[in-house]
Design a protein around this ligand. Sequence first.
Ligand code: TMO
Length: 316
Amino acid sequence: MKSAKFLACASVLGLSLAVGASSSFAEDSKDPIKIITNNWTSQLVLANVVGQVLQSKGYNIEYKSSDTQLQYTALASGDMDFQVEGWEGSQGESFAKAVAAGALDLGAHDAVTREDWWYPSYMNEMCPGLPDWKALDACAAKLATAETGTKGRFVGPPADWGKHYSERITALKMNFQEVPVGQAATLWAELQAAYDRKEPVVLFNWTPNFIEAKFEGQFVEFPEYSAECYSDPKWGSNPDAIYDCGAPAKGYLKKIGSKQLMEKWPVAAEILKKVNFTNPQIAAAASMVDVDGMTPEDAATKWVKENEATWKAWVQ
Ligand code: TMO
């Protein structure tokens, strides 16, 4: 019905159909849709993919850089409109709070995700019993640095990617200390330096990511995540502490929208619900920037050009 109306209108005005194909949908607002960008590469590429696809349909887009936790407050209040990569491990708690406050859960990607402590496979010989966390703890002395004294060093994520790793160390009474980095590039520099010399290192990593194509390694296996572990001290090996467990090993990756998304841009909201990326697509997106050295914008343009069938299915 929509297209019939448009055709009638277009013929009256003598417009060409090509104009119709690139104009946005009449019932949607002309205000810019504010798409959030964060500080890791797959997110930057995929945020730009979604932005470029919507722009090709005539929408106005603004990119807004945000802290990974504070973005959820902005989504709930309507200051920002869309996040393409909501990871359960680092953001599950903030995500749930935002949805309770009125932000929109726009559904999960096919991708299954994990974010946790990770080490290169050559350490399996140095620390027998890995990937079990107790074997890692027994191996703490091998991971000690000037900065951590007798404790093993865990190279932790920037502060906004979840903040429970130090609490986990305390809750599990581990002989470790978290040393957080300021940005992702430092994680990879630490990994590369250790890898080249086959020295032990344990750092924050996630999947899907470009790392799996470039380095051989594994996640440390902590006590299996459960929601109660994060809320009930009695759960787990430490009866007085929460966070005595790992992050979800099969976490979701969800899209989230602002309160006003559905009212202001009803057609765009339907498109965003259909946006769906797989593990290999996300790893490849990161790789275009981290391995091939492209800018996220150029990587997104390339992706849109090469994956027409995928995004055309979203906008139909
Ligand atoms: C939020 N991240 C995927 C970087 O762990």
